[in-house]
Design a protein around this ligand. Structure first.
Ligand code: DC
Length: 208
């Protein structure tokens, strides 16, 4: 069984995907880490993020063992990842790894931007997780403040607005809800409520 979870930054999709995977006993792939790892490798070797040749060759030689690297979750890496993710050949280089992961029995949960539309268009379950821009910015702001960062809400709002525009405006596999995906709006939900709602959706789909 393949469960595809897509959505914009700070929608709660990553936490939800991990919780759902744990609940059903499936492995979980946070596909954003692949793009983050490519961006990390591009910058670590001194290339620019718009250097297509460097990004593509590093995507082709990406070592999945390095996806555990803690530094990948740092905020600046997400921005850089969003930029290399706009390069179609980078996306093509990462596609087979994601598909292979999804097809291993007994099943898998993948979260990202294009799982339901491009990576696993035949997924058994597709959920598009969202929340209003203001709520997502508020969550990200609280998270970064709690980590001791000196940021303002307005700065985060602008970062998320730009990230949404880049991820949904690119020509190759833009972020969008698949036509057959269920929408889960978490604006007024805490993580427990969102998790219960997602499990409810999945169980209804399975029993259909
Ligand atoms: O989910 P995240 O914040 O870790 O993702 C970082 C960036 O990677 C995101 O802004 C766009 C890109 N990404 C993508 O294009 N496709 C995916 N399936 C996952 C992430």
């Amino acid at each position: 069984m393949i469960i595809a979870i897509d959505g914009p930054a700070a929608s709660g999709k990553g936490t939800l995907a991990r919780r759902i995977a744990q609940h059903f006993g499936f492995p979980c792939l946070d596909t954003g880490l692949l793009y983050r790892a490519v961006a990390r490798d591009v910058l670590a070797r001194g290339f620019r993020l718009d250097d297509i040749w460097a990004a593509v060759s590093l995507a082709r030689s990406l070592d999945p063992a390095t996806l555990e690297d803690d530094g990948l979750r740092a905020p600046g890496v997400g921005e850089a990842a969003s930029r290399v993710a706009g390069i179609p050949e980078v996306r093509a280089a990462l596609l087979q790894y994601q598909r292979d992961f999804s097809r291993k029995p007994p099943g898998a949960v993948l979260d990202g931007r294009d799982i339901g539309t491009v990576v696993c268009p035949d997924a058994d379950i597709k959920i598009f997780v969202t929340a209003t821009l203001e709520e997502r910015a508020r969550r990200r702001y609280e998270e970064r403040r709690s980590q001791g960062e000196d940021v303002t809400y307005e700065e985060i709002l602008e970062l998320i607005t730009n990230r949404d525009a880049r991820d949904s405006g690119r020509g190759s596999a833009p972020m969008r809800r698949a036509e057959d995906a269920d929408l889960l709006d978490t604006t007024k939900m805490d993580i427990e409520t969102a998790f219960d709602a997602a499990v409810g959706l999945i169980k209804r789909k399975i029993s259909q």
